[in-house]
Design a protein around this ligand. Sequence first.
Ligand code: UDP
Length: 474
Amino acid sequence: MAEDAAAPHVLLICYPGQGHINPMLRLAKRLATKGLLVTCCSSSIVRDKLAAASGVSAGGAGVPVGRGRLRFDFLDDPFDGTELDLHDFLHHLETSGPPALAALLRRQAEAGRPVACVVGNPFLPWATDVAADAGVPAAVLWVQSCAVFSIYYHFANGLVKFPREGDDARLAIPGLPDLSAADVPSFLHASHPYKVLGDTVQGQFRNMARASWVLVNSFAELERDTLAALPGVTPRPPRLIPVGPLVELGVGGQEEGDDGAGAAMRGDLISAAEECVAWLDTQAPRSVVYASVGSIVMLSAEAVAEMAHGLAAAGQPFLWVVRPDTRPLLPEGFILDGAAAAAGGRGMVVPWSPQDRVLAHPAVACFLTHCGWNSTLETVAAGVPVVAFPQWGDQCTDAKFLVDDLRMGVHLRAPLRREGVREAVDAVVAGPEADAMRANARAWSATARATVALGGSSDLHVQAFVDEVSRRAR
Ligand code: UDP
């Protein structure tokens, strides 16, 4: 469809990490599908990687998606390339981000596309302040679960006593099952080495009340109890508006007509090895173990070796994502034919996969996952059972959710041992509970798809947001 020059313009901005870029881009596509002009924005630190791995180019009028358009832009926040730890990097963003975002908003107005709403990200609370100071309505996209929102909110407001690691005490939060210390996001443990993450968690709520909407990457059917309990908490938290799962489900296809060139746009920071989909085509239905620990988790050399031997011993074909930074840790000789064949040709190792396409593939039997929230929602939406292997942060809570609440997998506990990998994979693929886990996963997949389909609960929330932004823009 032709560009509507008067379409309201929404600018989404996120922390420059893969787990933030993906939900931002997917929400952007949903908003564009419904007729908005949408700009996705992040720090210039990811500009070159997005260009190289995903062909993303900044500026211009954008590409069509459904009835709207999608474009990218980057903050002018020069970065000298020094390796910074998270604390210093967040400080860099907090210092250079606000003036850069204010300048970007001015440039958009000068280019004839004034921004009608800024959708920020919890790691960048200053984006809400910049928008509010410029007189632009603000929203926040919460990129973790409602359960984790509730836990962080209780923590930030000192509403419950958090168990220490090793304590037997259980944490009782309304709307959530009782949680052990191991189920709570690890950043909240007093002994956690990265205090900055605990501080960032608190900072997320600093100015959330200035945002008119808190959109959340989850869906009402999945977290009904948590969503029902939150309004009863004092002080009252902002209302969460579920718009997820923000996953690729044959993108754009919620509305009649052409999805547009931007519907297939990806936001990978590492080029996805598309050839693994052709390899999956050659595998038997429901036979392949897909394994990935996402974009940040760094396993020890010992854990990588145990994982390698465990996957090789499990008796199923496997597709294993070993990022370039982890590849040197693979046992010698594990990869036989370049990146193509591992463990005697039964496995494939790739630096990065098109994970949405992999999980949707009929050859995939289970997902050995670190349980990042995006991976969690993606496997729920695809209906693929899991071996849950969380490492830190909210992954611990997500794993409990997948295994104990949704009952669609098993835990794989630390320390990682090859026998443990083999046993966990066997349990999910062929064990006595395997059929029940698969049935649960399938049922959740159907619910997830229905909620984002036209007229589903998350789709209606997205539509209501679009309508309200459009009304305010007039
Ligand atoms: N992902 C991918 N290919 C891979 C590994 C991960 O496309 O080989 C995507 C995955 O689909 C998800 C994101 O990267 O959308 C990772 O986010 P998640 O919240 O699961 O974990 P994080 O990387 O933030 O720990």
